[in-house]
Design a protein around this ligand. Sequence first.
Ligand code: NAD
Length: 476
Amino acid sequence: SSAPEAAQLPFNSPEEIAKINETLRKNFLTGKTRDLNYRKNQLKQLTYLFIENRQAINEACRKDLGRPTFETEFGETQIMINDCVESIDHLDKWAKTENKWAGLPWATHKITVRKEPKGTVLVLGAWNYPLNVQVGPVIAAIAAGNTYVLKPSEISAHSAKLLAELWPKYMDPDTGRVVNGGIPQSTALLDLRWEHIFYTGNGRVGRIVAEKAAKHLCPVSLELGGKSPVYVDEGANLNIAAHRIVWGKTLNNGQTCIAPDYILCTATIQDQLIAELNKVLEEFFPKSKGGAGKSDSYGRIVNENHFKRISGMITNTKGTITYGGQTDESQKLIEPTVIKITSKEDSLMSDEIFGPVLPILPVRNVDEAINFINSKDQPLALYIFSSSKNAEKILDRTRSGSAVIGETLLQFAISQMPFGGTGPSGYGNYHGEYGFKTFSHERSTLYAPDKGIIGTIVEHIMSKRYPPHQKGAAEY
Ligand code: NAD
């Protein structure tokens, strides 16, 4: 793949943003989005947007991230199409009002839980999967019947531009809009009133979003990042583990929120694991064909800042590079790099790497790994390649947004799995019905008999609650 390119992105003005919010709030109240067929139709339109513009999407992601076509089709377009289709197929079931039985004392009352849209919502996305993490939450917002604004990341400007161009061609502008811009536009959006804000990105901005939302008592979902550990020991099939870890680390050039960040492995297998990782990297990006830099299956770092940040990590570590290590600023290329580190304090162990650099830290045993994981922030994901006994032990004694035994990344693609973090990796979740719930209000509804003979009987029985109170009236 080739180096990412810059793009000119037309930004919306604060006045336009305020007007859009006002229009969407007004249009929500018309009830248009409450109709399930309308929602299904919008999701169908969105499916066509993805199907009919595959090439343009591939091209935009290539320009934004120097990304191989397969990764865009696999990690964005196909997931979005599946998400839309799944939502259309299950919407009737998800949106169905639930009837509740509260026992004999309430037999004369009807109790329901209505699944209602919250209103007008805001989705702010990150650049690393410019469709997936931006349009994904919008799919859930539409399914739940909200009007919405999507603000794509200005860093993935080609994709943001493409979304702004395509959106009005497929989607109803009365109920959903794309707003483009940087921090001033995000700030203008966050100063307005919404009924939910769904933010994907880093924790620093996540805190700004939550603070701004608090002014309006607006609920927030924060999909953040962090350092997702991988634990490997002698219970693993090292060849399979190495394939899956390297794939998880190099997909989208390691710029994946749930990418395996670092490996904790028992000291006894460290050399063997490193040998397997080397073998896999050679298989994926053979040196005889020029290595990762010449491969069509290897992406690039999104921009200069991130390139410098990750290159700096390679320079500053006290560890030993066992694979890769080469960088080329002109192409924003960082070779897949494996680094054997010996200290828990190594510079590679503080911040999320978010690039194709894989540190390996030896531990004595599973208990030391558990203690290490627990000494850090709760990660977004935790990966385990070990015996089932150790895997259960780790699950029982650690915390993470999601946990995967024997694989990497696939939890994102399974819409029956709630996707989200815990602690500093975020709060709230989405995907499939979980996304529908995030953007819905469960409206508790009680129908009490207040007319006719039943109304009169119930009124008589329940009249004891009225003053003046009789002694013992509250006991039953
Ligand atoms: P980013 O810089 O694109 O920011 C995301 C959004 O925040 C953009 O729309 C941007 O305009 C807005 N923004 C930036 N600064 C702001 C400010 N000061 N005030 C208001 N809005 C502002 O994305 P990023 O944060 O670099 O994304 C990378 C991070 O996102 C990583 O930590 C990664 O792990 C995380 N991430 C998490 C998930 C998930 O699903 N949990 C998915 C993708 C990425």
